[in-house]
Each structure stands twice: as structure tokens, then as C-alpha cells.
Design a binder for this molecule. Structure first.
Ligand SMILES: *[C@@H]1O[C@H](CO)[C@@H](O)[C@H](O)[C@H]1NC(C)=O
Ligand SMILES: *[C@@H]1O[C@H](CO)[C@@H](O)[C@H](O)[C@H]1NC(C)=O
Ligand SMILES: *[C@@H]1O[C@H](CO)[C@@H](O)[C@H](O)[C@H]1NC(C)=O
Ligand SMILES: *[C@@H]1O[C@H](CO)[C@@H](O)[C@H](O)[C@H]1NC(C)=O
Ligand SMILES: *[C@@H]1O[C@H](CO)[C@@H](O)[C@H](O)[C@H]1NC(C)=O
Ligand SMILES: *[C@@H]1O[C@H](CO)[C@@H](O)[C@H](O)[C@H]1NC(C)=O
Ligand SMILES: *[C@@H]1O[C@H](CO)[C@@H](O)[C@H](O)[C@H]1NC(C)=O
Ligand SMILES: *[C@@H]1O[C@H](CO)[C@@H](O)[C@H](O)[C@H]1NC(C)=O
Ligand SMILES: *[C@@H]1O[C@H](CO)[C@@H](O)[C@H](O)[C@H]1NC(C)=O
Ligand SMILES: *[C@@H]1O[C@H](CO)[C@@H](O)[C@H](O)[C@H]1NC(C)=O
Ligand SMILES: *[C@@H]1O[C@H](CO)[C@@H](O)[C@H](O)[C@H]1NC(C)=O
Ligand SMILES: *[C@@H]1O[C@H](CO)[C@@H](O)[C@H](O)[C@H]1NC(C)=O
Length: 672
């Protein structure tokens, strides 16, 4: 009776919060996880498969090992339940790996360049439950191998993992998303949900952060070592949850990573508190005298990055855009202004910031009048003007405006190559970077749309069978920078290119057998090999990195077309652009309320239902399809007059209907 009651009350809870398409959500429904299947087994192990799905009984004798597969990337603390042991001197070792490449009975995959991480040994003296110490939770793994290497035997009756990400959410609510996405392409659907889950995997208890025990230890040949110590027990932020760069590593709040992760979080879980805890840690570590923000906050050693400094400022602007929380913005505003002054102080007589530190997203050649850093700077100044207006702090606006105008003029004068149609990295090179060109479009440092189109086209021409390469990082594929490239294609109005890149690069990142089919890798080679040029040790690469989740927000913002324009959605835009898709449906909640847009395209026209909270206003960009005809807009409650629009061939730009009040709307277009 008790369990029946429990089941029905759970069913009620999930009914109460059910959102569409929840079968795609990869987050586990319970924190206690069992392996799903066996990857491989060697030596004498009886019934290893009995430990899959539920407890069982497997006896390990002599040299023996079984590798288990959880079928997706997970994270947490392992508990082994032990039955019979031959004597009190028995051990079971546990190794972990995200990729199938590093499944081993000798070591885990890696958290540093120093080699592979050592086996976690548990001494099992007799029957009972043996749980790893908390600092030995593993932050991301799909494979877990049990190893026995002595004379004698051990009966394992359960191999469980207690799932530790999203520590501040109720145990059975990990899949209770506040947003959803669906379209008529299953691969894109999987990509959206894998991005959302990747960000959950990167949301950790901040008391168990920082996996960099052996940071900067790169010794010749040492990456063959299989005995590298690992643990994570540094406190990386205040509060009880933090959004960090990666699950396995580095388990540090990182502002660059968050610029891609934050919008993905907003539209899937709306987990704002974890974002705040991480943002606060950046500003807590700000140099109060010159305004410099850290490359990464302590315990990471202090360092200066021109771009990461700006990303922290953008994080605050995004927080305000996503929440409309003016109190939070006010709490950081003086630090924000001090921070922008720090960047302004690096402008030289060219009008551009002169970058004097190499730290960035691990690209090479960062320095001088760098186009990426200056585009991000231009973008940040413009975001600052909007924040200053929201706060009625008009004092700094004219300086920021004139500074932005100078940066834009100088970037185009010194760094634009008209013959090729791209920006150069700085005026001493012919290298045309992926990061700087993507950011030039995202930031609108470009002066006309033909620049945008030409950048988009040139970036497409560089693709390899594995994705979009970053020439500025030895041609590595960076899903972080490609997340900005995606936006550049949408802004160039080439939806086909954006969807093609998602399918090519993120499809590979899901479907290749070396990947986890559930979370997104931080970087790899443009030849499809699992090596990432900044690292000497391939086993170090993180397969669960929030900075690689760009498609998730891009699909909601650009394809389904729900865009917040101010203060948590006080104003908004609905602008579906489906490319080759026929159907797209998305929705999400902010503090202001619920937003959704569902577009269906058919041969005879299209149909769009959208919703925005009462008290807000927005605009509709009529979907541009081959179809021309009459568009009728109707509000469900009848509180607003119907709106009729004519779409004719002469409308070069998408027709925009302004001043639409929040409510439940339906727009239909019948061709002809
Ligand atoms: C350990 O792994 C190696 C491959 O790396 C394999 O050849 C060997 O059989 C395994 N040994 C045991 C006892 O599982
Ligand atoms: C078992 O041996 C095979 C072949 O050497 C190896 O690929 C696999 O990783 C090993 N698995 C375990 C659990 O030792
Ligand atoms: C770890 O292994 C390397 C070689 O693989 C060896 O040089 C080193 O001494 C070992 N360190 C420890 C602490 O066992
Ligand atoms: C972290 O864990 C390591 C290894 O168990 C231990 O040596 C160290 O003292 C711990 N540090 C903190 C801050 O708890
Ligand atoms: C934690 O909060 C304290 C007090 O507000 C602050 O001084 C400190 O910088 C914060 N630490 C982090 C890591 O955010
Ligand atoms: C903070 O900035 C001042 C310059 O204004 C500098 O002298 C000082 O070293 C900086 N502090 C740290 C910890 O970097
Ligand atoms: C930033 O610089 C401007 C111009 O030099 C100055 O007026 C302002 O007080 C500075 N702001 C902060 C917060 O230091
Ligand atoms: C300019 O860019 C090139 C290519 O990225 C790089 O090698 C060079 O170091 C940069 N110049 C400066 C001054 O940083
Ligand atoms: C800014 O001014 C407007 C108009 O006076 C006012 O409604 C609003 O509350 C002010 N905002 C802040 C943050 O003070
Ligand atoms: C981008 O900049 C151009 C001027 O260079 C301006 O006309 C346009 O409105 C800007 N676009 C946006 C979205 O701000
Ligand atoms: C859009 O991108 C596709 C690649 O997906 C490319 O073939 C096409 O030429 C691009 N269109 C324009 C107008 O640049
Ligand atoms: C990958 O995951 C999806 C669910 O997201 C599943 O349907 C599919 O079978 C998995 N693919 C493989 C090869 O396991």
C-alpha cells in the first residue's frame, strides 16, 4: 500500500508540472543509478550482467574486471554493496571514463595533462555498503569499470551511483524542465535536449569543485602515467549550486563558458540561482582598485583575460535580460562600471583595445588589436548602455557611445579585408579567425549586411566533415566558438547554414561512438580525432562542457523564434525562421511568465500559435516562406482587435507587426 500511494502521488506531481516532449529529457528520474549494460568483461567474473538495471550478484576472482555502460554521461558518488569476501584483505577498484576510448582496468580518463587518473580503490573487509569519499565523486562518466587484482574473491551485490549534479533540486524533480523544444527533425530534437542536459551536468555542489590537482604539470612522456591523484573538494562559489565549465573538469565557474551556457539554462531549467552564484564569484574576486575581473575565480591562480573579463560583464547583462531583476543588477552595477573602465583603459590611439595578455578560450595568437576581443568589447559597451538606461544612470552613456563608435570605426578601417570579405585577427597577420569573425557579426561591429553575408559564406566554405574549424586554434573544432558561428549564420539570414552546421558538428558530437550520446564535448580535431590541440593528453578532454551547448538556445531563439528583448520579457519578439523544417514548437518560463511559439508550415500556407504573459508587449516578424498571401492574427480571449497583414512579393524584409499585447495569439496565412 505504501509504495502504491507513493507511486500515485509521484504520478500526480509529474502530471502537475508536465510539459510537452518530456520523454526527450535526459536527466535521470531518480538520483540512484545502475549501469544499463556491459561494455566488456575479462578474467573470472560470474554473472556480471546481474548488476545492470538493479542489484544482483557478481563474483570477481583473481585478475578480473568488468566495464559497465550507463548509456549516457552521468556523475556522482559510487557505492558498492558487498556480499561474500574470501578474506578481509580484498579490494575492488573503480575506474571511470566519459569516452569509450579510455575504458580501462588500469586507470580513469584524465583531469589534467599529467597522465591518467588513478583507480579509486575500496577496501572491502566483509559484507556491507562501501561508499566512496565525497571528494572522489566523479564529475562525468558514461563507463565505470570494477577491477579485482588479488588472490581471493569478492561478491558484489550492487554497483550504484548517487547522481550529484543539480544538488539544489529535489531528488525526483531533475527532469522537471521549465522549457521545451520540438521540431520535425529528430536529430535537432536530440541536440536541444543534450545541450540542456549538458548544462545540468555542469551544475554542481560548489563545495566539490576544482578538479585541477595537477594544473600546469606537463612533463615529457608523463601522459602515459596511470597513477595521477585526483579529487575535488575546493569551494568554488558561495551558495549551494554553481554553474561551472565542465562536469569532469575543471569544475570551476568560468565566465566565457557561461555566455553560451546561460541562455541554454534559461530556456530549459530557468536555474537562475546557479548562474548568480557563479557570477557573484567573479565579482567577489574583482580587483577593487582597477576593476579587473579574474580569468577564473579562486582557487584558480589569478590571471588577466581581456575576453573573459568582458564575458563576466555580459553575464550580468544577460542575467538582467533573462530575469528583469533590477535589484540584482543594482547590486553589481558599481562593479560593472569599474569593470568596463578597466577595458576602456586599454584603448590606444588607434581607437582599439590593445590586448596584452594571451589568456582566452585556449586559442593561439591572442594579442594586439585583436578583432574578437574588440568585437566583444563593442558588444559589451552597447549592452552597458541598455543597463544604464534601465537604471536611469545616464551619466556614463555618452562616453560608452562614443567609445563604441570609435571601436567600430577603427575595427573596420584596420581589420576588415575587403578582398576576402572577412576580418583579420590583428593588423600584423593574414589569419582570419573563426572567433573574431563570428563575434563581429554577433556584436554588429560590421557596418553593412554584405559583410555579414560574406563572413557567413566564408565560414561555411571552411567546414570539414566534422564541423567548423577554428584557424586561430590550430584548426581545432571548438563547439564554443562554433556556437557563435551558428548565431552568425542566423544573423546572415542563412538558416540553412545554421541548421546544416548543427546537424554536421553536433550530430557528430552525439552519434560518434567515442562520444557519450548525451552531453557535448569541449573540443576535438578537425580531422575527427579526439584530440584538442591545447592539450597534450587526449584523455583530458571534457565530454560535458556547457560552452558547447549553443544550438539549444539558438533553436529556441531563432528557429522557433522566441526572443526576449528586455527585462525578463517585458518586451519580446516572435520571429520563427524554420529553414528546411516544417514544424517548430518551443516554450519557456521566465520570472515574468510563460512564452511559446509553435509554427506549422504546409503547402497551403502556415499556422503560428504564440503566447506571451499579460502586461508585456512585443512584435511579430511574419515568417518568410515562399508563400505570399493574407495573414490574420487573432487573440484567443478576444480582448484585442484582429490584425490583418498582406504579405506580397515586394516585401524584401520580413513584415513586422508591432505593439502586440501579451496573450494567446494565432496567426494564419493562406497562400494566394
Ligand atoms: C585489462 O585490460 C587489458 C586491455 O587493456 C586486457 O588485455 C586485460 O585482459 C584486462 N585484464 C583484466 C584482468 O581484466
Ligand atoms: C577487456 O579486454 C579487452 C581487450 O583487450 C579490452 O578492450 C577491454 O577494455 C577490457 N575490459 C576490461 C573491463 O578490462
Ligand atoms: C607513477 O607512474 C610513473 C610512470 O608511469 C612513475 O614514474 C611514478 O613514479 C609513479 N608515481 C607514483 C607516485 O607511483
Ligand atoms: C581534499 O581532498 C584531499 C584528498 O582526499 C585532501 O588531501 C585534502 O586535504 C582535501 N582538502 C580539503 C580542502 O578538504
Ligand atoms: C562569498 O561571500 C562573501 C561575503 O559576501 C564574499 O566576500 C566572497 O567573495 C564570496 N565568495 C565567493 C567565492 O563568491
Ligand atoms: C589590483 O590593481 C592594482 C592596480 O590598480 C595593482 O597594483 C594590484 O597589483 C592589483 N591586485 C592584484 C591582486 O592583482
Ligand atoms: C570610470 O571612468 C570615468 C571616466 O574616466 C569616471 O568618470 C568614472 O568615475 C569611472 N567609474 C568608476 C566606477 O570608476
Ligand atoms: C596577431 O595575430 C597573429 C595570428 O593569430 C598572432 O600570431 C600574433 O601574435 C598576433 N599579434 C599580437 C601582437 O598578438
Ligand atoms: C527609472 O525612471 C523611470 C521613470 O522615471 C522609473 O519608472 C523607473 O522606476 C526608474 N528605474 C529605476 C531603476 O530607478
Ligand atoms: C548594426 O549596426 C548598423 C550600423 O552600422 C545599424 O544600422 C543597425 O541598426 C545595427 N543593428 C542592430 C541590430 O543593432
Ligand atoms: C547558405 O549556406 C549554405 C550552406 O548550408 C550555402 O550552400 C549557401 O550558399 C548559403 N547561402 C548564401 C546566400 O550564402
Ligand atoms: C542515443 O540516444 C538516443 C536517445 O537520446 C537513443 O534513442 C539512441 O538509441 C542512442 N543511440 C545509440 C547508438 O545508443
Amino acid at each position: 500500500m505504501k509504495s502504491l500511494f507513493r507511486l500515485s502521488s509521484l504520478a500526480f506531481v509529474s502530471w502537475a508540472v508536465a510539459i510537452p516532449y518530456e520523454e526527450y529529457i535526459l536527466a535521470p528520474r531518480s538520483r540512484t543509478l545502475f549501469p544499463v549494460s556491459i561494455h566488456s568483461s575479462n578474467g573470472s567474473v560470474s554473472n556480471p550482467e546481474s548488476l545492470t538495471v538493479s542489484p544482483g550478484s557478481a563474483t570477481f576472482e583473481g585478475d578480473s574486471a568488468t566495464a559497465y555502460d550507463f548509456a549516457k554521461n552521468i556523475a556522482g558518488v559510487v557505492t558498492l554493496e558487498i556480499g561474500a569476501v574470501s578474506d578481509a584483505e580484498q579490494y575492488i577498484g573503480v575506474t571511470f571514463s566519459e569516452s569509450s576510448l579510455w575504458v580501462s582496468n588500469q586507470s580513469c580518463d584524465a583531469t589534467a595533462d599529467a597522465g591518467k587518473d588513478e583507480i579509486l580503490w575500496l577496501q572491502v573487509t566483509g559484507p556491507g555498503r562501501y561508499t566512496a569519499p565525497r571528494e572522489k565523486e566523479r564529475g562525468a562518466f558514461r563507463y565505470m569499470t570494477l577491477v579485482h587484482d588479488t588472490i581471493g574473491s569478492v561478491e558484489v551485490t550492487s554497483a550504484e551511483v548517487y547522481f550529484t549534479p543539480m544538488p539544489h533540486w529535489e531528488d525526483e524533480s531533475l527532469a522537471e524542465y521549465t522549457g521545451y523544444f520540438h521540431c520535425d527533425d529528430e536529430l535537432l530534437n536530440r541536440i536541444w535536449y543534450a545541450g540542456a542536459y549538458t548544462n545540468q551536468m555542469c551544475t554542481i555542489d560548489p563545495h566539490y569543485g576544482n578538479s585541477l590537482v595537477h594544473l600546469f604539470q606537463i612533463l615529457p612522456g608523463i601522459s602515459d602515467a596511470t597513477n595521477v591523484t585526483w579529487y575535488h573538494n575546493s569551494t568554488v562559489t558561495n551558495g549551494s549550486s554553481a554553474l561551472v565549465d565542465g562536469g569532469k573538469r575543471d569544475r570551476l565557474a568560468a565566465q566565457g563558458d557561461m555566455v553560451v551556457a546561460m541562455p541554454g539554462v534559461l530556456i530549459s531549467t530557468n536555474d537562475i540561482i546557479s548562474i548568480e552564484n557563479s557570477l557573484n564569484s567573479f565579482f567577489g574576486a574583482q580587483n577593487a582598485s582597477n576593476g579587473q575581473l579574474p580569468y577564473a575565480p579562486p582557487p584558480f591562480p589569478s590571471g588577466l583575460s581581456f575576453t573573459y573579463h568582458l564575458y563576466a560583464l555580459i553575464g550580468v547583462a544577460d542575467h538582467y535580460l533573462y530575469t528583469g531583476d533590477i535589484k540584482y543588477l543594482t547590486s553589481l552595477w558599481d562593479k560593472w562600471k569599474l569593470g568596463i573602465n578597466f577595458s576602456i583603459s586599454f584603448i590606444d590611439d588607434t581607437g582599439l583595445m590593445n590586448v596584452s595578455s594571451a589568456y582566452d578560450w585556449l586559442r593561439f595568437g591572442m594579442g594586439g588589436h585583436n578583432i574578437e576581443a574588440n568585437s566583444i568589447f563593442y558588444y559589451t559597451l552597447n549592452r552597458g548602455i541598455v543597463l544604464a538606461q534601465a537604471l536611469n544612470d545616464t551619466g556614463p552613456i555618452s562616453l560608452w557611445q562614443s567609445t563604441a563608435e570609435r571601436v567600430k570605426a577603427a575595427a573596420n578601417e584596420l581589420l576588415w579585408d575587403e578582398a576576402v570579405g572577412m576580418y583579420i585577427d590583428n593588423e600584423t597577420t593574414t589569419l582570419m579567425p573563426q572567433d573574431g569573425n563570428s563575434w563581429a557579426v554577433v556584436s554588429n561591429i560590421t557596418v553593412n549586411s554584405s559583410q555579414i553575408e560574406s563572413i557567413s559564406k566564408n565560414l561555411v566554405d571552411r567546414w570539414t566533415p566534422y564541423g567548423a574549424p577554428a584557424l586561430e586554434a590550430a584548426h581545432a573544432i571548438s563547439p564554443f566558438i562554433s556556437s557563435f558561428e551558428l548565431q552568425a549564420h542566423f544573423l546572415a539570414k542563412n538558416v540553412t547554414a545554421a541548421l546544416a552546421l548543427m546537424r554536421l558538428q553536433w550530430g557528430f558530437m552525439l552519434d560518434d561512438p567515442r562520444m557519450t550520446n548525451s552531453t557535448f564535448i569541449e573540443g576535438y580535431s578537425s580531422t575527427g580525432e579526439m584530440n584538442y590541440p591545447p592539450y597534450v593528453n587526449d584523455a583530458r578532454i571534457s565530454h560535458s562542457h556547457g560552452w558547447s551547448t549553443g544550438p539549444t538556445s539558438a533553436l529556441t531563439f531563432y528557429v522557433a523564434g522566441i526572443q526576449l528583448r528586455s527585462a525578463g520579457g517585458k518586451t519580446w519578439r516572435i520571429a520563427p525562421t524554420l529553414g528546411d523544417l516544417k514544424f517548430a514548437d518551443a516554450g519557456f518560463s521566465t520570472r515574468v511568465g510563460f512564452f511559446s511559439a509553435k509554427t506549422q508550415i504546409s503547402e497551403s500556407g502556415w499556422d503560428l500559435e504564440f503566447e506571451a504573459p499579460e502586461g508585456t508587449t512585443g512584435e511579430l516578424r511574419i515568417p518568410s516562406t515562399a508563400c505570399i498571401g493574407k495573414v490574420a492574427l487573432q487573440e484567443a480571449s478576444g480582448k484585442c482587435d484582429n490584425i490583418n497583414v498582406e504579405v506580397s512579393e515586394s516585401n524584401a524584409d520580413p513584415v513586422t507587426v508591432l505593439g502586440i499585447l501579451g496573450g494567446k495569439w494565432r496567426a494564419t496565412c493562406t497562400c494566394g
